[in-house]
Write a protein that binds this ligand. Structure first.
Ligand SMILES: Nc1ncnc2c1ncn2[C@@H]1O[C@H](COP(=O)(O)OP(=O)(O)OP(=O)(O)O)[C@@H](O)[C@H]1O
Ligand SMILES: [Mg+2]
Length: 360
């Protein structure tokens, strides 16, 4: 008895998991507390990364990433050590495939072999995971399976930076999937309806279409806020930092705001077109379906005109999402204006903070 209660006392953080979203422009941290009435915010923070420390989902400058994680943990006085993190981009392949009906154990044994034809990488170089979705509505004796494959070297790089920062990686998720968990606790489930979660980051836009609240289609599109910054760099011959500042509404000597606006509008249009293309692709596969609403998150959802452009292009009701919609917080510890400011960046981190050690 005594030893159990002692171990409970000393094992602070044993079950507590931090959500750590290692994005290409910054690292975001969220820790939640689960109470009787729901979740409350325990920790939240964000720290920028040097430009190009992470490129195309691969960690290039590991020591900067490790240092940034350490700073974030220290600044936020985080005690928990278990970390749920996630990856995205072109080293992740997510496919819905049809296979003959078999049990989970049988599929575990044969997945490596079954997956080979769907994966454009050497099968020896990837980690494979799967989820049986259910019977294929069209094919007799077939079932639908969600196949997820990640390049081992990318997984290892993320696990290694987390370990080097003195933390214990317990869950490695996929950015687009984390949005489902985040949405589920924050918004009522729209029954028999498809909705699209669109997370516009710096280098990637993660799109997740939920059908009755469950992920039914995901895609990472390789455009995000960086594209706008690059367009500004090109148009006005600026370095990355000056172009970022202009993009966020700041000033740079010798550059007219109106000219910047014109460049931004074109790039925003491109992001909106990519969102539309992805939704059209989903709809083409799912006959008779429609998407009832688009929810936007990610730092680049702050861009002027992005919501309007997506709404106009797709004709689908679009709103900004709040990942803290149903999460309580102490207003003395977290200023509401600060939480509102951070909200667009925190969608993935909230989804990760909901994961538990021992989750698959
Ligand atoms: N006020 C703002 N207006 C326009 N863009 C902004 C604003 N604030 C941040 N951004 C942009 O948001 C992006 C960062 O968003 P986010 O933190 O979601 O990306 P990330 O997770 O680091 O990147 P990724 O997931 O693509 O690797 C950057 O491109 C940044 O320039
Ligand atoms: Mg991100």
């Amino acid at each position: 008895m005594l030893s159990k209660s002692l171990s409970d006392i000393f094992a602070i953080g044993k079950k507590e998991t931090i959500g750590l979203d290692i994005g290409s422009s910054s690292i975001k941290l969220v820790q939640l507390k689960e109470g009787k009435k729901g979740y409350s915010l325990a920790k939240m923070g964000m720290v920028p990364l040097p430009h190009e420390a992470i490129v195309d989902g691969s960690i290039i400058d590991a020591s900067s990433v490790v240092q940034a994680i350490r700073d974030l943990i220290k600044d936020q006085k985080v005690k928990a050590r278990n970390v749920a993190s996630s990856i995205s981009g072109h080293s992740v392949i997510i496919k819905r495939i049809n296979l003959p009906v078999m049990s989970e154990e049988e599929l575990s044994d044969s997945i490596q072999w079954e997956a080979e034809q769907y994966i454009p990488f050497n099968i020896e170089e990837v980690n494979i995971d799967f989820q049986i979705i259910g019977a294929d509505p069209e094919g007799k004796g077939q079932m639908e399976v969600l196949l997820v494959a990640c390049k081992k070297e990318v997984v290892d790089d993320y696990v290694n930076v987390i370990r080097e920062a003195g933390l214990n990686p317990v869950v490695l998720d996929i950015d687009a999937f984390t949005l489902e968990n985040m949405f589920e606790i924050n918004y009522p489930l729209p029954k028999e309806e498809n909705i699209a979660l669109v997370n516009i980051g710096a280098s990637v836009t993660n799109i997740n279409i939920l059908s009755e609240g469950i992920t039914s289609f995901t895609r990472d599109v390789a455009v995000g806020g960086n594209r706008l910054t690059e367009e500004i760099q090109k148009a006005f011959h600026l370095n990355f930092d000056d172009a970022e500042r202009l993009k966020k509404g700041g000033e740079v000597e010798g550059v007219e705001k109106e000219e910047v606006k014109a460049v931004l509008e074109k790039a925003v249009d491109l992001i909106a077109s990519e969102v539309k293309r992805t939704i059209d692709f989903f709809l083409a596969q799912a006959s008779g379906e429609y998407v009832a609403k688009i929810y936007l998150s990610g730092g680049s959802s702050k861009l002027d005109g992005v919501l309007e452009s997506i709404l106009e292009k797709t004709g689908i009701a679009t709103e900004r999402l709040n990942p803290f919609n149903s999460i309580e917080y102490n207003k003395k510890r977290f200023a509401p204006s600060h939480v509102a400011e951070m909200a667009p960046f925190m969608a993935v981190a909230v989804g990760l903070a909901l994961r538990r050690a021992g989750d698959k």
